[in-house]
Design a protein around this ligand. Structure first.
Ligand code: HEC
Length: 119
């Protein structure tokens, strides 16, 4: 029982976190602004034509297919780009020693899993 209780609490906590709705404007936008927009702001020299100024562009711009697969974070190219050794190019944010933390990548992933809404 001594070991079981902390394990149970952990499982419940993870469940609660994964069930929480991610708000694009409240939770994700500050991260996008701090870590991505410097390069991915819509202008003439957007890397791979990928602009992240708003949810529509995050979903529809860019060269590579399936950057966002609403409902399926694990198969969204954006998530692969945030992890080490993406299938093409570099891990984002490129040239930065400070990559995203596990929690930050998870925030992107849960937002996509929940349908990548403009909420
Ligand atoms: C210092 C500039 C810079 C920053 C900051 C940056 N990127 Fe990029 N990004 C690039 C460059 C350059 C490429 C093209 C080369 C490549 O794919 O590795 C790219 C490509 C991408 C692509 C692939 C687009 C496509 O169509 O192939 C995605 C997705 C992406 N970035 C997401 C992000 C996210 C999410 C962040 C913030 C966490 C971010 N980037 C931060 C420069 C940057």
């Amino acid at each position: 029982m001594k070991m079981l209780l902390p394990a149970l609490v952990f499982v419940c906590m993870s469940y609660i976190v994964s069930a929480q709705t991610v708000s694009y404007s409240k939770d994700l936008f500050p991260l996008v602004k701090a870590k991505c927009l410097k390069c991915h702001e819509k202008d003439d020299e957007n890397p791979n034509n990928y602009a992240m100024d708003n949810v529509d562009l995050i979903k529809k711009s860019g060269k590579t297919k399936n950057i966002i697969v609403p409902g399926d974070g694990a198969n969204s190219y954006l998530i692969l780009k945030l992890l080490p050794k993406p299938p093409k190019g570099a891990q984002m944010p490129i040239f930065s020693k400070k990559k995203l933390t596990e929690e930050e990548v998870d925030l992107f992933k849960r937002w996509i899993d929940q349908g990548a809404k403009d909420n």
